[in-house]
Design a protein around this ligand. Structure first.
Ligand code: SF4
Length: 398
């Protein structure tokens, strides 16, 4: 997969149009004044209800926590990506699984559901900029360069759920595991153990989750981490840096969580009496290091739900979820951590018009926007997902 010059090949265009995969800056979340997108025509609510009632048990609607309220209203179950994939797998009688989330989640649902089930993503433009930051050609080229440097055979890949099916399959082929934000610590411990003395982990595609898990959760030195930049020859690293590293972090990040800042944490502490700062581990290490609590969306929800009334929170995760938490727990004082961070623009492409279109199409017997992973990819991706499910004590957390 290397070019004759040794330079990295340009990544193929991602499936979904998100800045065309060439200008990562263009894939960042847009600036916004801290508000959610305007709700869609309320007249569509009745149409969504009618279509869902007509489909009955034939359809199962999954809603990610970062979806709009108008979409969540029609979800049979809500959760983060892993919980939703498992929920999809647990509904073998549903002919159609309508996934209100983003593309990689719908792929995971297709991998984990039975052959006769069809997964539908109401808007195919609902991608994830983080997942797009690791294209399969780039990852294969990285692996070949690690082999040339003599380290691939001692390297175990650990891939975050937020990745394409092709990268999950790469992970399965090379004996690695998938992880989520709630089981990353266990997954990384397993992988380091498997890599053995002097071995390494290639962590894909979120550098922040990899770094935070290694340094914060496992208490290991930051200096063991290097960042592989897929746009530079040899990832921008020297053979010595590669040989000395334990964690090779892919240069990817979340366009939303990567924008929470140290300044925002400091401002929250100044402005909100007795505030507790809780952030997602996709945030940058400096931000995570200053927070009182760090955890997956499911952990954030559990922590806030269990806190005494009157607790003040500054929450560093997606805006739809923070607003919903504020409405659900009025006895708590819940604020969005960063004024200049937007909702996840790709998640929010799924809106009521797209959901109504998908449901009404199914009622009319037309299956639209099917997400189907080919058998070969599915088999190896499933192996990496199964490895995650086999990690000790972590199968039921999300
Ligand atoms: S919040 Fe971040 S990781 Fe999640 S779908 Fe949006 S861009 Fe991707």
């Amino acid at each position: 997969m290397t070019t004759t010059t040794g330079a990295p090949r340009p990544a193929p265009l991602p499936l979904l149009v998100l800045g065309q995969g060439r200008d990562l800056e263009s894939e960042r979340g847009v600036e916004c004044p801290g508000d959610l997108p305007a709700p869609s025509d309320p007249g569509l609510v009745e149409r969504a209800r009618a279509a869902k009632a007509a489909l009955g048990e034939r359809v199962f609607v999954l809603g990610h926590h970062y979806q709009r309220d108008e979409v969540i209203e029609f979800a049979d179950v809500t959760g983060d990506s892993f919980k939703l994939a498992k929920e999809a797998a647990a509904r073998p009688d549903a002919e159609y699984v309508v996934f209100c989330g983003v593309h990689f989640m719908a792929e995971s649902a297709d991998i984990l559901t039975a052959d006769g089930q069809t997964v539908v993503l109401p808007d195919l433009a609902a991608g994830c900029s983080m997942a797009d930051m690791a294209a399969i050609d780039q990852v294969q080229e990285c692996w070949e360069q690690l082999a040339e440097a003599g380290v691939a055979e001692r390297t175990v890949p650990v891939t975050y759920m937020n990745s394409s099916a092709a990268i999950k399959a790469f992970t399965g082929r090379h004996g690695g595991t998938i992880c989520t934000s709630s089981n990353a610590r266990t997954a990384l411990t397993w992988a380091l153990d498997r890599a053995g003395e002097g071995g390494k982990v290639l962590f894909l595609p979120d550098q922040h989750l990899g770094r935070n898990t290694y340094a914060r959760d496992l208490g290991r030195p930051l200096e063991d981490c290097v960042v592989w930049d897929p746009h530079r020859p040899m990832g921008g690293l020297t053979p010595e840096q590669l040989r000395d590293a334990t964690m090779i972090l892919w240069r990817g990040h979340c366009s939303v969580h990567g924008r929470f800042s140290v300044e925002a944490v400091e401002a929250a502490r100044r402005e909100i009496p007795d505030v507790k700062v809780i952030v997602h581990p996709e945030c940058r290490h400096e931000v995570v290091a200053l927070a009182d609590e760090v955890g997956s969306t499911e952990k954030i929800i559990r922590t806030i739900a269990a806190a005494p009334a009157g607790t003040a929170w500054a929450v560093g995760t997606e805006l739809n979820l923070v607003r919903r938490l504020a409405a659900q727990f009025p006895e708590q004082r819940i604020a969005f951590l960063e004024k200049n961070v937007c909702y996840c623009s790709t998640m929010n492409r799924i809106d009521l018009p797209h959901l109504v279109w998908a449901l009404e199409s199914l009622v009319e017997g037309r299956v639209v926007n099917t997400i189907a992973v080919d058998d070969e990819t599915s088999r190896f991706a499933r192996a990496a997902l199964d490895q995650m499910l086999a990690l000790p004590g972590e199968t039921a957390k999300d």
